[in-house]
Design a protein around this ligand. Structure first.
Ligand code: DOR
Ligand code: ZN
Length: 371
């Protein structure tokens, strides 16, 4: 990596957690991810969820059709675990290179998770098989018990489910997705420092930027509502420290999750933040603030592939220290030609960092400057 105050050349990054949706929304958002990231772990929480090899293969084709023809982008597919998923289907998908991993949503934990797992004991055969074939398990780590405070659900999940799960399946490779608490940071870091390289965590840009005050600043701000919900400032600080630490157990996963304004602003607003358009710049702002830009390449481009056992990308991408104003509302641009997607303007996703100025801009090497 060539480090200077004004330009940063990075190995091309990957996004290890993204929601690309389907249909017109897929066409709208996929180009933003494919422009910057070489690969992305695509979440399977569609309606209906992606539970079979055939569904994943078909979805992968739709994603490839939704990105520009010259995009060098590889979607990595995941299987949505349910109480009834057949371990052989999972193994076949993994062996055929269709499934890269499987995603565990505790039933009703978040958007489109009603078909998720109601009790971990119901998927013991699946977990045994995944451990045996070394297939990564990606976890939405929140308990769904209504008696547990929404801000405590991640910490409770670690104690109640994750610790016993790791004891039961010690060789299972696990990613705790979009961590939000100091408890999660400590748990993952301690395991890593103790020599366990089978446990890792993704960290989103929004959890690095926001604490829970953001959701209530002068009124109720659904733009900043996601799951797991953003936490107190001390937790945000712990996440920033973890992401910028250089430790290989923490890596980039945007959890970019598009919702239209009508979905965000309703009596029961949707959880999710669409950040794909400026994700790398958003991370860069945090690393720059921490004077840790020398650790950005590890976090964005190296720790993830190493965990998944995949090759590092050879291409590069350049971050230029140049202000860019994020529009207040998404606009149709060459990067996201929304006019061509069939999506009504009222359905265009609500944008993260709307109206803010980010100090960095991405130049994709080999592409014309678009910012
Ligand atoms: O905020 C979130 N949005 N968290 C999730 O776990 C799901 C995601 C979505 O699909 O909208
Ligand atoms: Zn997600």
């Amino acid at each position: 990596m060539q480090d200077s105050p004004t330009r940063l050349v990075l190995r091309r990054p990957d996004d290890w957690h993204v929601h690309l949706r389907d249909g017109a929304m897929l066409k709208a958002v996929a180009p933003a991810t494919a422009r910057v990231f070489a690969r992305a772990i695509v979440m399977p929480n569609l309606k209906p969820p992606v539970t079979t090899v055939d569904q994943a293969r078909a979805y992968r084709s739709r994603i490839k059709e939704a990105v520009p023809a010259d995009a060098r982008f590889e979607p990595l597919m995941t299987a949505y675990l349910t109480d009834h998923l057949d371990p052989s289907e999972l193994e076949r998908g993994f062996a055929e290179g269709v499934f890269t991993a499987a995603k565990l949503y505790p039933a009703n934990a978040t958007t489109n998770s009603a078909a998720g797992v109601s009790d971990l004991s119901r998927i013991s055969k699946v977990l045994e098989r995944m451990e045996a074939i070394d297939m990564p398990l990606l976890i939405h780590g929140e308990v769904t018990d209504r008696d547990v405070d929404v801000f405590d659900r991640e910490a409770a999940f670690i104690e109640t489910h994750l610790i016993p799960l790791r004891e039961r399946y010690p060789a299972l490779r696990i990613v705790l997705e979009h961590i939000t608490t100091a408890q999660a940071v400590d748990y993952i870091r301690d395991a890593n420092l103790a020599g366990d390289s089978r446990l890792a965590a993704t960290i989103t840009p929004h959890h690095l930027h926001l604490n829970r005050n953001a959701m209530f600043m002068g009124g109720l701000r659904s733009d900043f509502y996601c799951l797991p919900v953003v936490k107190r400032e001390c937790h945000r600080r712990a996440l920033v420290k973890a992401a910028t630490s250089g430790l290989p157990c923490f890596f980039l996963g945007t959890d970019s999750a598009p919702h239209p304004r009508s979905g965000k602003e309703s009596a029961c607003g949707c959880a999710g933040i669409f950040n794909a358009l400026h994700a790398l710049e958003s991370y860069a702002a945090v690393f720059a603030q921490e004077e840790a830009l020398d650790h950005l390449q590890g976090f964005a481009s190296e720790h993830g592939p190493r965990f998944y056992g995949l090759p590092l990308n050879d291409e590069t991408i350049t971050l230029v220290k140049r202000d860019q104003i994020v529009p207040r509302r998404l606009e149709s641009t060459p990067v996201m030609p929304l006019e061509d997607t069939g999506l009504e303007a009222s359905e265009w996703p609500v944008l993260f960092h709307a109206g803010e100025t980010l100090g960095w801009s991405v130049n994709v090497d080999g592409q014309e400057e678009t910012n």
